[in-house]
Design a protein around this ligand. Structure first.
Ligand SMILES: [Zn+2]
Length: 254
């Protein structure tokens, strides 16, 4: 339904702008991020992408798949060691996720950003340099962190915009939420912190997720920032388990 809205329009625009060769690839990119407002999934065209339509500035936690669903969110990448392993697990389990990318990481690994998008996952702006104290800094600094990362991620993806904004460490401010929303990026929170970043062991990560699922649908994992082998092992168990429990896998609401 809405997942495919705008595809025809998009195909026509791309065909006119960059020729037929790009249409197949670009159309799948659009499908990958269907529902994206503002329709700017164009490859690196010469003209600047139109600004995305604003979304709510309230921090989202809910899933677009409703009550018995989870949103898998993967932060801090992309990383050449861990992101491909996470992508393979998601693919093997038929799961779509949301990747909150650090701008400099996206810039360094555009191939991985494009793989994420081509596999049907969504992008989220996780700032340029992951400053967890950015809520204490001037608004001009917050704006640069958000808007520059948006640009880095969009360029790396070949024109697909991040649909969400997640402040590093949850360091949102009313200003940063409003700014992100005005760029079409819904502020994104989480309900379940898997604590995978602390490397407590994969069994502990699994137990934390299972034990805290009643908090809400949005689960936080990481695919960068250190050795993420425990995360990979935990996901290998958790994704089939969630499916067995009847959970659908969705995206955060926008
Ligand atoms: Zn982070």
């Amino acid at each position: 339904m809405a997942r495919h809205g705008g595809r025809g329009w998009y195909g026509r625009v791309v065909a006119a702008a960059v020729g037929v060769t790009a249409v197949a690839a670009a159309a799948s990119v659009w499908t990958a991020q269907a529902g994206q407002s503002g329709g700017s999934a164009a490859p690196e065209a010469a003209r600047p992408a139109p600004k995305a339509a604003p979304v709510s500035a309230a921090i989202a936690h809910a899933s677009d798949r409703g009550e018995h669903a989870v949103n898998i969110t993967i932060d801090d990448g992309p990383d050449p060691v861990w992101t491909p392993q996470v992508l393979k697990l998601l693919k093997d389990n038929g799961v779509k996720a949301t990747f909150c990318m650090v701008g400099t990481q996206a810039q360094a690994h555009p191939d991985l950003v494009r793989q994420v998008v081509a596999a049907g996952h969504r992008l989220c702006d996780h700032t340029v340099s992951h400053d967890t104290a950015m809520d204490t800094k001037p608004e001009s600094y917050q704006a640069r962190q958000i808007v520059d990362a948006e640009r880095q991620i969009t360029k790396a993806s070949g024109g697909v915009r991040p649909m969400y904004y997640r402040a590093p460490g949850g360091a949102f401010t009313p200003y940063s939420r409003k700014l992100a929303a005005s760029h079409g990026m819904r502020p994104l929170g989480w309900n379940v912190d898997s604590k995978d970043f602390e490397r407590p062991g994969s069994d502990a990560i699994i137990a934390t997720v299972k034990g805290e699922l009643t908090n809400g649908p949005t689960i936080l994992f990481h695919d960068a920032g250190g050795d993420r082998s425990q995360t990979v092992v935990a996901l290998r168990t958790l994704l089939p388990w969630l499916k067995q429990q009847g959970y659908a896998f969705g995206f955060p609401v926008r």
